[in-house]
Ligand binder design. Structure first.
Ligand code: SAJ
Length: 449
């Protein structure tokens, strides 16, 4: 029996041991679903706090069921470690580490490189490595395969490599790791067969494509589609502001078209670890082939301008009352990058905060999901994790506190906010998310994006 058949048999009998590299918002849900499918799962994680939490059966990911994780850990089906040697008898390693952009906007493959450095010494004949982290087209074949085969193994014969993009929508109440169709592309047909068969035992619906590069492109297209359409509706918001029409009414009415249309909504910009970054992986790669991805560049330009647009709108409102932004007290309602989650990564609210600060405004925030953040650095206006950077805390949303602020800006439309109370006690509200639309008018003056 050859190595491919050995692996396929182990998958059928759930005898394979599965490593998941990176136990974040992608890796931990994958580890749980893989263990629930009957496999022994070993999570490799660099953060000791996460390792201890998992081994204590304590969940820290919104989309993972606390009791399920605790039960699987108690049954010994999942454990976490930072030692790759614990994978020496494993059969599969799924890489689910971050793939950020660096300061110059180029892909930062540090975490993928670190994962490969850990896997290569333990990889053995009859081993499957799948990459799930969103990355530039060609990563699997140009970066991962050479690393796995430099010790003499042959791809598609004794070692198998595939790309299978994560499609996690944090906080989505309907779609999760188990029921979201999973695209899989192999470095060779045998790699596709092995990876497809593995994922088929864990996830309901597998979509096989002809190559790892095709699978990489599928993911980038999905997220580029979103970034460009969000950019389009953000430009529509700027056009509506010029024409003095209500962009929210325009989109709402357009969305009544039952075919050939999909609504996107304007906002203060785009955040998260995917949509702001992933399209740049595609444009970066194409630049090496002398091709300029103009739609992507334009979407990045418009979306990254939205925090400035929001601040300029507020400055114009104050100007109407012959007041300056300097010294104005502003409360940002929402710091998370989207509603009902606790993640501030790339959040546009951080940019709004930094820009307001640069104009001399006095800014606080309230976010029920985010009790504190690292203060924002005016220079590159990104919350830094440096220990010495002070923290700023979410202020309680009370009538007394609201009365202290000249302007309230709705930057994230969390559902758990007492909007009627804000409308009653705030003076001026700039609603960048149209969160107030369904509430009766109160004393506050409300202006929408
Ligand atoms: N946003 C808008 N207007 C919109 C939609 C989104 O301004 O109409 C903003 C959001 O507020 C947020 C950013 O864009 O700041 C990204 O929003 P998102 O809904 O795309 O959320 P993510 O990045 O958490 O998750 C996305 C997934 N979202 C959906 O499919 C709804 C999906 O694209 C990917 O599975 C995931 O990124 C990923 O990990 O790639």
């Amino acid at each position: 029996m050859n190595y491919k058949e050995q692996l396929l048999q182990k998958f059928q009998k759930r005898e394979a041991v599965i490593g998941v590299i990176g136990l974040g918002y992608v890796g931990l849900p994958l580890a749980v679903e893989t263990a629930k499918a009957g496999y022994q799962v070993i999570g490799i994680e660099v953060d000791p706090k996460k390792i201890d939490a998992v081994n204590a059966g304590k969940n820290y990911i919104l989309d993972v069921n606390d009791a399920e994780l605790a039960e699987l850990v108690k049954a010994g089906k999942i454990r976490a470690t930072n030692d790759y040697n614990e994978l020496k008898n494993a059969d599969v390693a799924a890489i689910t580490v971050p793939t950020p952009l660096n300061k110059s906007g180029d892909p930062d493959m540090t975490y993928v490189d670190q994962a490969l450095k850990g896997i290569v010494p333990i990889v053995h004949p009859g081993f499957l490595v799948t990459l799930e982290s969103t990355t530039y087209p060609g990563t699997t074949n140009e970066l991962m395969v050479p690393a796995l085969t430099k010790g003499g193994l042959t791809i598609g014969v004794d070692v198998f490599a595939a790309f299978s993009p994560e499609r996690v929508d944090p906080g989505n109440p309907v779609y999760n790791t188990k029921n979201t169709p999973k695209v899989v592309g192999g470095s060779t047909p045998a790699c596709l067969e092995v990876a497809g068969d593995f994922y088929e035992t864990v996830i309901a619906n597998i979509v096989r494509v002809n190559s790892a590069t095709a699978a990489e492109m599928v993911k980038l297209y999905e997220n580029t589609f979103r970034a460009i359409n969000i950019g389009l509706v953000n430009e529509l918001a700027m056009m509506c502001n010029v024409l003095k029409v209500d962009v929210w009414e325009i989109v709402r009415a357009a969305a009544t078209k039952p075919f050939g249309f999909m609504p996107f909504w304007p906002g203060p910009g785009i955040g998260g670890h995917c949509i702001p970054l992933d399209p740049s992986y595609l444009s970066w790669k194409l630049r090496f082939h002398g091709y300029r991805a103009r739609f992507i560049e334009l979407a990045v330009d418009i979306n990254s301008h939205m925090p400035e647009f929001v601040v300029n709108r507020v400055i114009a409102l104050l100007n109407e009352e012959e007041r300056s932004i300097k010294g104005t007290k502003v409360l940002l309602l929402g710091m998370a990058y989207k509603r009902d989650i606790d993640d501030v990564r790339e959040s546009p609210a951080l940019d709004v905060l930094a820009i307001l600060r640069r104009h001399g405004a006095k800014v606080d925030y309230h976010d029920p999901h985010i009790p504190k953040i690292k203060d924002v650095d005016d220079h590159d206006h990104v919350a830094v994790d440096d220990e010495k950077v002070p923290e700023i805390h979410s202020v309680p949303l009370t009538p007394e506190n609201l009365a202290k602020y000249d302007v309230v800006i709705v930057t994230t439309d969390h559902t758990g906010i007492d909007y009627p109370m804000v409308l009653e006690h705030a003076k001026l509200v700039f609603d960048a998310r149209n969160a107030m639309v369904k509430y009766p008018v109160g004393k506050a003056k409300v202006v929408k994006l």
